[in-house]
Design a protein around this ligand. Structure first.
Ligand code: PLP
Length: 434
């Protein structure tokens, strides 16, 4: 929308005056601005500037694994909004689920039940382990709920158990408690003093974890694959040992599957990759979800074994809009589409294809390591790149860089192979040209 310059309506400004000349020049400049440049000008005036690496691009439309900016330019999306758009943009089944629910019921608050909540809880029981769900809006809220529940579990012990151990390079969210849990001191800077009771140990080192346990320790929280920390993968045996340690010391084990959940790694949940020697997989006491579970709508889930969940008694915790019917309907449909379209297998196959292709590519000399599982991939470069995201955007492909030199890929699980390969080719050309 054009802003009307002062004096335009009145006749006080003579056509030949310097003010008029300035005004005509200003109008001309504004007219020649693209739609996006105008939007960016407005954005800078009214939005906080807290996101590092935010690009001067306004996205206006999405379809599958493509997004279009306000000037109509098309991009291949290999990052799906930090993994949130797990089925891509505007998936017809999600649009249908949300619009149908929008005509039926939106929000009644948690003094009542609504049917989509129940159905989502049932899907979690079907695809994860037997448990009960608390719904909120985000990953950090789910982790907050998990840590509160672990404290409830430890409150009657002697001494009372309330401390939580996490891992270096972890990321658990940006609330005051979750920046204390997160194993990256940079995100705490400026927000001190930190919330007490959180400490970190070296990932993958079971001895370090054992040594860090204090009489007051209530819980251990970890990501099955560290996302923000650089797509760091640890051997399944480590998680077997962590489970055994938590069992023997009476600690609550929390798996933060905010990044890894809902099929991202080629299994429903990443802990399902961790086989136990006697059969079955390593299950946590509490699993937290965010990002993908809402398919791009704000959904967080704290999901606990029934015996543990039972401690979250009436009055202990809550969330006004958590579990609202529209978000729940979308989340149910996310599970249904992944299941009916065999997207776990597709994610595993596309991940393997990418690793193979990158290893044989013109960019291979600049790649130190490729990590991850399924469609959660981290490509560690030999050197810290400068302007890689921007260079990729120039080639109309969206990727992300974390931990300074790890290029992250997390496309929609249903990305068609041809689009995936086209995006990978653009990325390879980008890395090779750095
Ligand atoms: N846990 C993990 C593993 C994450 O990667 C994130 C966000 O990136 C969070 C928790 C926080 O989630 P949210 O941004 O939804 O609060």
């Amino acid at each position: 929308m054009m802003h009307e310059p002062v004096g335009r309506r009145g006749s006080r400004m003579a056509a030949s005056s310097p003010a008029a000349e300035f005004w005509y020049a200003w109008v001309f400049a504004e007219r020649s601005m693209t739609q996006m440049q105008q939007l960016l000008g407005r954005a800078r005036a009214v939005l906080t500037d807290n996101y590092g690496g935010r690009q001067p691009i306004v996205m206006s439309r999405g379809e599958g694994s493509f997004v279009y900016d306000a000037d109509g330019r098309r991009y291949i999306d290999l990052f799906a909004g930090f993994g949130g758009a797990i089925l891509g943009h505007c998936h017809p089944a999600l649009v249908e689920a949300v619009t149908t629910q929008a005509r039926r019921l939106w929000h009644v608050g948690n003094v009542f039940y609504n049917q989509p909540q129940i159905e989502l809880g049932e899907r979690l029981n079907r695809h994860a382990f037997a448990g009960q769900a608390f719904f909120c809006h985000s990953g950090l809220e789910a982790n907050e709920a998990a840590c509160k529940l672990a404290r409830l579990r430890g409150r009657d012990a002697s001494p009372r158990r309330w401390k939580v151990i996490s891992l270096h390079k972890s990321f658990h969210g940006r609330s005051l408690a979750m920046i204390a849990a997160t194993g990256n001191p940079r995100i705490r800077a400026g927000f001190e003093p930190v919330v007490e009771g959180f400490s970190q140990v070296e990932p993958g080192d079971i001895g370090a974890l054992e040594r860090a346990i204090e009489p007051e320790t209530a819980a251990v929280i970890m990501e099955p694959i560290q996302g923000e920390g650089g797509v760091n993968v640890f051997p399944p045996e480590y998680f077997v040992q962590v489970r055994e340690l938590c069992d023997s010391r009476g600690l609550t084990l929390i798996f933060d599957e905010v990044w890894t959940g809902c099929g991202r790694t080629g299994r429903w949940f990443a802990h399902q990759h961790f086989a136990r020697p006697g059969g079955g997989v390593v299950e946590p006491d509490i699993m937290t979800l965010g990002k993908a579970v809402g398919g791009g709508l704000p959904v967080g889930v704290m999901y606990a074994r029934p015996q543990v969940a039972a401690l979250l008694a009436p009055g202990t915790h809550g969330c006004t809009l958590g579990g609202n019917a529209i978000c729940m309907a979308a989340a149910c449909r996310v599970f249904d589409v992944i299941e009916s379209q065999g997207l776990l297998e597709h994610a595993a196959a596309m991940g393997a294809l990418a690793v193979e292709r990158l290893r044989r590519s013109a960019a291979a000399g600049r790649i130190a390591q490729i990590r991850g599982r399924g469609l959660m991939l981290g490509i560690e470069l030999t050197e810290v790149p400068s302007g890689l995201m921007e260079a990729a955007l120039e080639r109309a492909v969206i990727v992300n860089v974390t931990a300074q030199k790890v290029v992250r890929l997390a496309p929609a699980l249903n990305i068609p192979q041809a689009v995936w390969e086209e995006g990978l080719d653009a990325l390879i050309a980008t890395i090779a040209s750095l």
